[in-house]
Design a protein around this ligand. Structure first.
Ligand code: HEC
Ligand code: HEC
Length: 344
């Protein structure tokens, strides 16, 4: 009997020596579809405080339903209330990649990409990669929401809360709802292939992770491949230099893209807005009459949006410089004039 135990313990030790991975779990090899955040965590980057603990299928599904349908079934089995009775999150945010190059916020590149991929061109930033950002409601957004942006700036959970209540004119969302929304967001975080990793990059990364080498270098390499925030500059209509630099220089074909992929995304029948922008000549003639009264109306509505009013909470979010250029607004003006049968 004694001999037998000696044998068992002995062979166990041998096995542990041959397969060191049994002692400590071996670092798993990443693939091109691995999420960037999981790689950064493996490289020793800390998990942000808002990172959800529950990443179960059920939590992810609840988050997906809230984003696409506005409500879900709570963990206790009851049906949750709509977050907003006016909007779905997807009225203002895409859920797929919208920038062809992830290191720049270029509205014209985004517009062309939107046309190629048949996605709308909206005021809110895409949710894709939102867990890879490190600050939210950046730059000039404090001008709109004041002190409310401070917590939202550093914490994605607070940013979700701010948008639910202010941007979407809805109710406060509960903790489990925020956690589920973020759980869904992790599924549309950047993958290594999204940020341009090649097979060679991948094997070098896996080899270095296995041997614990070049950690700092990899963190820098990875973080250099996408923007860490969505920049936001508020603009006023370009009053001073407009007449010399922009006026009459619109490209109607580009303006058509703005009209169809952006304005009509909300101003369509059964859309978010009761104001429907159609495609017949009369419609464009009406717009042109507005220009006769006020040269700036189009720039004003784009740069200021409209405001929620008591009894009519639906409002139009404004476009920042990073979400629409002055040139694109002038392009839209050229398209309106062309369709109304007027020259610019
Ligand atoms: C009426 C339009 C609108 C609706 C509806 C809307 N948002 Fe937003 N949201 C915005 C705008 C505009 C911003 C600020 C620009 C931006 O995306 O950074 C924003 C910002 C955010 C941000 C911070 C993004 C960042 O990178 O700074 C989060 C998170 C967010 N919204 C979540 C949601 C969620 C969740 C919903 C649905 C419950 C929702 N939003 C519905 C317009 C909207
Ligand atoms: C995210 C949704 C959304 C997008 C995109 C959008 N709008 Fe709006 N817009 C609204 C809402 C909501 C209102 C408020 C009026 C209402 O629906 O009752 C509004 C109001 C307006 C008004 C005032 C209408 C009136 O008679 O009071 C104008 C003009 C306008 N939008 C033009 C535009 C143009 C031009 C674009 C494209 C560059 C655009 N909108 C894109 C949602 C949107």
């Amino acid at each position: 009997m004694k001999k037998y135990w000696f044998f068992v313990v002995g062979s166990l030790c041998m096995t542990l020596m041959v397969f060191p991975s049994w002692k400590a779990s071996a670092p798993q090899a990443f693939t091109l579809s691995s999420k960037v955040n999981d790689v950064l965590f493996a490289l020793g980057q800390p998990k942000p405080s808002w990172y959800p603990e529950d990443l179960s299928e059920a939590a992810i599904e609840r988050g997906r339903e809230m984003i696409f349908n506005g409500r879900t079934t709570a963990p206790d089995g009851s049906k949750s209330k709509f977050i907003s009775v006016y909007y779905m999150c997807t009225n203002c945010h895409n859920t797929v990649i919208e920038d062809p190059i992830l290191t720049v916020a270029d509205p014209q590149a985004r517009l062309e990409y939107a046309a190629q991929h048949d996605i709308p061109f909206l005021q809110g930033t895409t949710f894709y990669g939102i867990t890879n950002r490190e600050t939210w409601y950046n730059d000039d957004y404090y001008k709109k929401y004041g002190d409310l942006v401070k917590p939202a700036n550093e914490n994605l959970a607070e940013a979700v809360q701010l948008c639910a209540m202010e941007c979407s004119q809805g109710r406060p969302v509960e903790d489990w709802e925020i956690q589920s929304i973020i759980a869904y967001y992790t599924t549309i975080g950047y993958s290594l292939s999204d940020i341009g990793f090649s097979e060679q990059d991948l094997s070098a990364l896996n080899a270095d992770i296995a041997s614990g080498k070049n950690t700092v270098k990899w963190v820098e390499n990875i973080r250099g491949r996408y923007l860490h925030k969505s920049p936001a500059t508020f603009l006023e209509p370009p009053y001073d230099n407009y007449w010399e630099t922009l006026r009459g220089k619109g490209d109607a074909a580009n303006g058509k893209l703005v009209y169809e992929l952006s304005c009509q995304a909300c101003h369509k029948s059964y859309g978010v807005s009761d104001v429907v922008f159609g495609d017949d000549k009369q419609e464009f003639k009406q717009f042109n009459r507005w220009f006769k009264k006020n040269d700036w109306w189009l720039f004003q509505v784009v740069r200021h949006g409209t405001h929620p009013a008591p009894g009519h909470r639906e409002y139009m979010p404004h476009y920042t410089k990073e979400r629409m250029t002055d040139q694109q607004v002038e392009d839209l003006r050229a398209y309106i004039l062309e369709r109304a049968g007027k020259g610019s």
